[in-house]
Design a protein around this ligand. Structure first.
Ligand code: FA5
Length: 351
């Protein structure tokens, strides 16, 4: 082979390689191209090797052409590699593109039921006066719901609480059971387990077999209060409840105490607040009296104290039981208690 032939072969090879390189569209074909021209067994490498066959004194021109071709292809390869890598990255980014300007899905958030909120507020108000929070069973023994509260069987006072009895009796002796009609059964349960002084509030569900109306539900929530110690008087009861009303409803709300009868207190009282809707003028919600009854209360009856082993000559106490839904009605101006448990989100979302 002459140096001229070799030089022209090299130029041709370079031109062919360059045109193929320009037509390449992806990185895998580029790698094939590199192997086929610049690889150890590639066309250019082979051609350069064959220059050894030309006598040394004639080899110069072909040698220069060879170096030129090698350099040109290597540079072109580097540039094309960069181009194709950038194109591949751009295509990948385009494919995985995330449009962060699209509006997101709203996160659904719940809120506390108005009864839960008011129970927490009421318990917190009594906690500032040193009362502890205790809870008790909703399925209760007749003994705690009635008998230990000085309401023996066949006593007409049982008619005050329309009772939902449950089918089975208690496992330890077959005693009759019921859904508690009030939270008062916890009075005896707590005193049986504690020595005075006692100062507790008991939040919980109660059930009564009665017709519903704007202020009555067949299931509702009460908070019971009980304080027993030496020297507790009716003045302590009134002072505690006035202070409670001020914490929850502010200075302006009016409060009224009247005598009431509960077999487990003596004397007994009820506390009412002026109606939030008519401001005392009389309306459907307050049954045209101007007042809404929120709790029953009184001095713990000596028979209840003796029944749990307390000496009623040494200890006295007061107790109260208040309706939480009625309290929330006063606080938020809710006109019908049945809204609390109708599961209507339009109502519940307002709290
Ligand atoms: C009682 O349940 C007594 N255990 C309260 C008590 C405790 C008196 C300690 C003395 C000492 P009464 O049945 O009045 O009392 O209910 C108390 C409060 O529960 C009422 O003032 C009212 O706010 C609420 N309440 C009663 N019945 C219903 C009802 N059907 N729906 C909604 N709230 C009710």
């Amino acid at each position: 082979m002459t140096t001229k032939d070799a030089t022209s072969n090299l130029r041709e090879l370079q031109a062919q390689a360059m045109s193929e390189l320009g037509a390449l569209r992806d990185l895998s074909h580029l790698e094939e191209w590199r192997v086929s021209y610049l690889g150890r067994k590639g066309k250019l490498t082979q051609t350069l090797r064959s220059l050894g066959e030309i006598p040394p004194e004639q080899r110069r021109e072909a040698g220069m052409a060879g170096n030129e071709a090698k350099q040109a292809l290597e540079i072109a390869y580097g540039l094309r590699l960069k181009e194709l890598e950038e194109a591949a990255l751009a295509a990948k980014l385009q494919q995985e593109r995330l449009d962060i300007t699209l509006p997101g899905w709203p996160v659904l958030s719940g809120s506390l039921h108005p009864t839960t909120s008011i129970v927490r507020e009421v318990c917190a108000a009594f906690a500032t006066m040193g009362f502890q929070v205790v809870e008790g069973p909703e399925v209760e023994l007749d003994g705690y719901n009635f008998e230990k509260l000085n309401i023996p069987k066949d006593h007409p006072a049982r008619d005050m609480w329309n009772t939902l009895w449950v089918d089975h009796t208690d496992a330890n002796g077959g005693r009759p059971m019921l859904l508690r009609t009030h939270t008062s059964p916890m009075q005896a349960r707590i005193m049986e387990k504690t020595k005075p002084p006692v100062r507790v509030v008991v939040p919980g569900k109660c059930y009564r077999y009665e017709a519903t109306d704007a202020t009555h539900e067949w299931h509702f929530t009460q908070v019971e209060g009980l304080a027993v110690d030496k020297g507790i008087t009716l003045a302590d009861l009134k002072g505690t409840l006035y202070e409670f009303a001020r914490i929850l409803f502010g200075q302006d709300r009016k409060v009224r105490f009247r005598c009431d009868y509960f077999p487990f207190v003596e004397p007994g009282a009820e506390m009412s607040m002026d109606c939030f809707l008519c401001e005392g003028k009389g309306c459907r919600v307050c049954k045209h009296t101007g007042w809404i009854e929120i709790l029953g209360a009184g001095m713990v009856h000596p028979k209840v104290l003796e029944g749990v082993g307390y000496d009623s000559n040494t200890y006295t106490g007061f107790a109260f039981g208040m309706g939480m839904e009625r309290m929330a009605m006063l606080k938020h101006g809710i006109e019908d208690i049945r809204l609390f448990y109708a599961n209507d989100l339009r109502f519940l979302k307002q709290f």
